[in-house]
Design a binder for this molecule. Structure first.
Ligand code: BG6
Length: 268
């Protein structure tokens, strides 16, 4: 373990990959398989590593609400400290389990009991599984920032045709079928395939989703990039968010019934 800024970090230096995880938010900061020259899960150079402040990049765990469905944006789980329950290493990589149970730091946001845990496998592939027990409906996303060579060459396939537009109508990008980027994009795809690919002309990243109802795609493009203090002006060119989640079909959990979803990332 080490620290970045104010935050305790688990640094992973394995023969299969390099990665780092903060206890705040159970946040995977980056993941770079040994075969790759650049991180597949991307972190902004401008992010803060401050207690109680969201991290820009990696995999923010949006829980128990997505976006502005509550306050703070994307839920409180990403800004409070989780517990590291286990960290095991073998030839295939490193497996971590982190969890968060209602406590003093979560009480200002939620008075009901809950437990949420995140299993991470970090090796040649990256596997992320979120499980929770709670007596209320939950919206959630694993808000993954993927590292790409150049947004101009990116194609995301497998999103399907049905989506909710999150931008004002006058800014709507017109794309049908596979998604390419030439302006800001912010959409919730509600009928995506189980498998999606992100290609940038250099590599192809494949995502395999489990129990996911929605896939969010986001790139802030030029103006929003400039407006975000924790994001470099040109960084919109080297990232794209493709976020597996349960938003339009919230997770129906209970204290006795676990809800689970997640995904696998592979470079193919
Ligand atoms: C995306 C949302 O998931 O996250 C966008 O669809 C939002 O609307 C983006 O701007 C970043 O959110 P935040 O809270 O991390 O700045």
């Amino acid at each position: 373990q080490s620290t970045y800024g104010e935050l305790p970090i688990v640094v992973i230096n394995h023969k299969t990959c390099k990665a780092a995880v903060t206890l705040q938010g159970a946040h995977l900061l980056f993941w770079q398989p040994a075969t790759e020259q650049t991180p597949v899960v991307w972190l902004s150079d401008k992010t803060n590593f401050k207690q109680g402040v969201a991290i820009r990049g990696g995999i923010p765990v949006c829980w128990p609400w997505f976006g502005q469905l509550g306050n703070p944006s994307h839920g409180f789980a990403r800004i409070v400290e989780w517990q590291l329950d286990s960290c095991k290493e073998d030839d295939n990589g490193v497996d971590l389990i982190l969890s968060l149970t209602n406590n003093q730091q979560t009480e200002p946001y939620c008075r009901q009991p809950f437990t949420v845990s995140l299993n991470l496998h970090l090796g040649k592939t990256c596997e992320v599984t979120l499980s929770c027990f709670a007596d209320f409906d939950i919206t959630s996303a694993l808000h993954t920032y993927f590292g790409i060579d150049n947004i101009d060459h990116v194609v995301v396939k497998g999103l399907g045709e049905t989506y909710q537009e999150r931008l004002a109508v006058e800014n709507k990008p017109v794309t049908v079928g596979q998604l390419t980027f030439n302006q800001e994009v912010d959409r919730i795809y509600t009928d995506a395939s189980k498998q999606l690919t992100i290609t940038d002309g250099i590599r192809t990243i494949r995502l395999t989703n489990t129990n996911v109802s929605d896939v969010v795609t986001w790139n802030p493009w030029i103006n929003k990039a400039k407006a975000m203090a924790d994001f470099g002006d040109d960084e919109y060119k080297s990232m794209v968010c493709v976020e597996a989640g349960c938003i339009t079909k919230p997770l129906k959990s209970s204290p006795n019934k676990k809800s689970t979803y997640g995904f696998l990332i592979e470079v193919i």
